[in-house]
Design a protein around this ligand. Sequence first.
Ligand code: DSN
Length: 418
Amino acid sequence: MDDNLRLLQENDPQVFAALKGEEARQRSGVELIPSENYTFPEVLATLGSVFTNKYSEGYPGRRYYGGQEFTDQIENLARDRAKAVFGCEHANVQPLSGSAMNQAVYLGLLEPGDTIMAMDLSHGGHLTHGAPVSHMGKLFNFVRYVTDPRDGSIDYDKVRKDALATKPKLILCGYTSYPRDIEYERFKAIADEVGALTMTDASHFGGLVAGGAMRNPFDFGFDIVTTTTHKSLRGPRGGMVLCTRSLAKKIDKSVFPGLQGGPHMNAIAAIAVTLGKAQTDEFKAYAKQVLVNSKTLASALLEHQAKLVTGGTDNHMMVLDTVASFGLDGRQAEEILDTINITTNKQIIPDDPNPPLRPSGIRIGTPAATTRGMKEADMKQLADWMVTCLKNPEEKALLNRTRDEVQAFCEAFPVPGI
Ligand code: DSN
């Protein structure tokens, strides 16, 4: 244990105990929430570093506080690495997280009341993609597209028809709960027809684009890509706006001073570290393995007759219809899997007749399990455990035995940094 942790143990045993409890939980269970991951040890080190002490309003070379020699170095590194990794002309690495990064785009490039086209929350979009309960949903006129009820995929012809009718200023793709790849070329063609900007919220699969395992929206002429840094990218909690040079000034002004004050320089230092890692062959292999694991897990679940929304996956996640598969709602399924140390999250499915806290499915994803080194055979084992327990939720002995097996299995896969 390092000196700082020892001090925490001595001076605040309650927080220390919770920290140790969370470490043990992360070690002894399998994390399958698609938006979570285990970050790099070097990221943990930079997050807990002296950069947290510093105020740095402004941008490198133009700050409102003194003492910026090293923060400038760090932010320039993070920006340059982001541009290299994503092949884009400009990067803003200051957004405090995913919601702020998307808000900065809308507020910087559009006027309140302007029309934005994005996927409906209940079909896989994010809160900031215009959900009526969100501030953005009230401030802008969101036209929400939905997935095709026949197969759960995006109906591009309908998107085009709605875009021609509503003339959005921005068309947004990229989702939090959509297991398929995106036809960027079709979105770009539709946007060009109506004169809209194109944006991808790549928060979920940003790491897979960075690692070259999934296609990059910039290769299709997209104007803006946003991504959180803590999901498949394996970095600290944070967000980035990546864009063309022509939008750079507006985006920077929108993030600061438009939306935020002081950036979190400890997170920006950790983002720089993450983007350095993203350039390695090891990370490229990781990104590929996330997809291989996801397809393997989906196939194994399908072999057990489980019902997946869209019938499978092209990315790091799948959505399991637990009502159709096991007669359990998503909350029940999540709770049963919690008891065997497999963590997932309840999830509404397209046109879900059930409410969000008792929806009809769960989301399952492979970025975190892949970080621990799990491979195809492990995915099949996980599918067996999940299906057996979801089919027999009343068998307490089975659940207890499976939890012990999962715990023993986890010992072979160390969590980085713990
Ligand atoms: N909470 C994130 C997710 O789980 O997808 C989105 O913000």
